[in-house]
Design a protein around this ligand. Sequence first.
Ligand SMILES: C[S@@+](CC[C@H](N)C(=O)[O-])C[C@H]1O[C@@H](n2cnc3c(N)ncnc32)[C@H](O)[C@@H]1O
Length: 254
Amino acid sequence: MQKTDYNEIAASYNRRYKVNYLVNIENEIKNLIASNNYKNILEAGCGTGKWINALDNNNLSVFGLDYSFEMLKISKTNKSKLNLVNADAVYIPFKDNFFDLIFCVNAIHHFPDKEKFISESKRTLIGNGMLAIFGVDPHIDKEWYVYNYFDSVYENDLKRFPSLDYLKVILNKAGYEEIETKVIEKIYSKRIGTEVLNDPFLGKQQSSQLANLSDEEYERGITKIKNQIKQNSETVFKTSVIFYLTSARKTKEK
Ligand SMILES: C[S@@+](CC[C@H](N)C(=O)[O-])C[C@H]1O[C@@H](n2cnc3c(N)ncnc32)[C@H](O)[C@@H]1O
């Protein structure tokens, strides 16, 4: 599996949140915590700490795990009480039955062994604890103009991203219960002609899809877009992204 170099991306990563704050994801995480009275919380693949920093308060023990040290360095602000660990999500370095909630946002597609992550989460969750996986599913949602202009990006996404159906299958196989999927956030934008060249997500470091391309592959895609605009200056470039939450509970007795 191709590994995205997040140490390279770290410095510019947070730009994406200036464009799309994704407030519904933040609200959903906060709701899960408040409505279940969770205290010990882990984000696997926490990156620059966008979500864990929003939770950082005296009543919660908040942990963030990421394999990119440069991303973690950005997570740690001077006043934060976050507990950060530089580790791989498929080997969660914590004792059994410890977390009330483990969540991940836009990260599971990077984990080399999804089933191992799911079983490690189950081991480290308390009975009745919850695993919450936020992400997109290119198997059902494919309306992103990038897929049409950059060779192999869509095919690679189909390989990298677990489908919602597959997630349910492996959660079920691991013995989780109350497995549910729901839509959390929908992003839609339409750029006409040269406007697309100002799309921040067209930057090479602004998505793992483009970051994983060689410079030549990336430039070939940009040239295709420019040629298309030359042919038709009114070309519409659409982006439609749907973020889902798949949640599952570890049974009390297991
Ligand atoms: C797209 S970023 C998401 C970061 C954060 N969750 C967010 O939503 O802003 C994916 C993150 O997963 C991390 N990651 C990728 N593979 C990992 C692994 N095997 N174990 C831990 N973290 C991993 C990357 O370093 C990166 O920080």
